[in-house]
Design a binder for this molecule. Sequence first.
Ligand code: KG4
Ligand code: ZN
Length: 342
Amino acid sequence: MLVLGIETSCDDTAAAVVEDGGIVRSSVVSSQDSIHGRYGGIVPELASRRHIEAIIPVVEEALTAAGAGLKDIDGIAVTQGPGLVGSILVGLTFAKAVSLVTGIPFTGVNHIAAHPIAAFLKDTGNDAPSPCFPFVSLIASGGHTALLLIKDFNVYEVLGQTRDDAAGEAFDKVAKLLGLGYPGGTVIDALSKTGDPKSFPFTRPYIAKGSLDFSFSGIKTAAMNHVKTGVEKDDLNGFAASFQEAVVDVLVTKALWAVDASGAKDLVVAGGVACNSRLRERLIDAVDGAHIRLFIPHPRYCSDNAAMIAALGYAQLKKGSYGNLTMNAVPSATFRRGVFCE
Ligand code: KG4
Ligand code: ZN
């Protein structure tokens, strides 16, 4: 079964063709970083306008790269939310129109729930194992940071989530403060490689021992206070490394606490922040000898992409969960506590 995935929730226009929910036949991402970089963050109106220009060429490129035409596509999976409403509507409306004209069924996918499903994606020729349900997932992106116990596709228990900023948002805001541009995570990651993480003091916000919630606004304020005194100027790399290490410490510690508390054996780390080289390194060290199977998708499937949307959409379509023309965008994130199934 070939699913065409479409993702336009934020600032990347993405399309992918995925076979049987896992084999990536193509994945195309048109980044808007150069448009938003100068503003130090995403400008929603510019994002929607760019999606409108990019959506058709990006979908065509994904089909061509997969060696497929619309006649070969069995289902369309499109991000329904959460995200920027103007951005989501471009992809959603496009998917509805294609479905209406061609008769190909479509399904609306929750962007956050799709991030960890990236762990099931494989490029052709890669036969690495997939995680087994139930597994713990740390999702750390620009809009969300949460720990979920994932019991099946779209069946998850929220173990913890951020009470204020998302981890990626903290990277972006600190980078903006330092005048490093957007997205901040990539720049801070690069600078940190030659910085000493002990150069500047940053308190680790654990909230309480065993708490699986996060809070990153304090680290951001601490960074702001350092910057006010100008101390970071002498050692920008050390400053970036110290900030990054504080965020990574908290993410790694809480992910391990969550695995311990849940009794799960597999840990999936997903979302844009999972591209962070120090986080990846620390997680690999942390699970060494700990009887935890760690899954961190390739960075191209950690940051926003349409292959993860197609993978979760495949599971939904197989269950007969189809969208219809009255289906609306769901822009705001609703992570209710407790166990729930969509
Ligand atoms: O998942 P994603 O692509 O989009 C959202 O759903 O938000 O995540 C984007 C976030 C941004 O905040 C970006 O700064 C962060 O991921 N990010 C990183 C790295 N690469 C991207 N954060 C830390 N280190 C990185 N290497
Ligand atoms: Zn995302």
